[in-house]
Design a protein. Structure first.
Length: 150
């Protein structure tokens, strides 16, 4: 991370996964430890692709894939990076929000796919949401990616 830049807020159009990763890298450049980014969008919209691009920009070198059999993965780049996918959680609100604190911490940058199911638990966990990213199919490999600062 060199000098922190501004979040590229607004509506973007990407023509393929590389462009979504490049946009994610610009978002990553604007993040600081403790920040959490919430990602929404249909299956296959590109949430995990976005997280991969952001993680790369944060210095993560290994494979960045969807968490399976767990709610999240932790990576170590130039900063700790956590990637959560809450899709399979029926209702985290009834579970211990401390589960989230295994991943979301003041010294890490977090990315959360399907956060809706855990909005309450996220709030209880004292998470600072820095940005919301919404990805939408726009025909073929095109996606509309909306970045909102929180
Ligand atoms: P999600 O996590 O939202 O379910 P993924 O990132 O796992 O989505 O999958 C998105 C799929 O769509 C990948 O196979 C990716 O290569 C493909 N794809 C095609 N065009 C784009 C684009 N513009 N942005 C992101 N992914 C794209
Ligand atoms: Mg995904």
């Amino acid at each position: 991370m060199s000098e922190r830049s501004q979040l590229p807020t607004g509506v973007h159009r990407t023509a393929g996964p590389e462009e979504t990763e490049a946009l994610a890298a610009r978002v990553a450049d604007a993040l600081a430890p403790g920040d959490v980014v919430l990602l929404s969008g249909d299956l296959g919209a590109g949430k995990t692709t976005f997280v991969r691009g952001a993680a790369r920009a944060l210095g993560v070198t290994g494979a960045v894939t969807s968490p399976t059999f767990t709610i999240g993965r932790r990576y170590e780049g130039r900063v700790g990076v956590s990637h959560l996918d809450l899709y399979r959680l029926a209702d985290l609100g009834e579970e211990d929000p401390a589960l989230l604190s295994d991943y979301l911490a003041p010294d890490r940058i977090g990315f959360v796919e399907w956060p809706g199911i855990a909005e309450e638990a996220l709030a209880e966990a004292g998470v600072t949401v820095a940005a919301r990213v919404r990805l939408e199919h726009a025909g073929g490999d095109a996606r509309v990616v909306t970045v909102e600062a929180v």
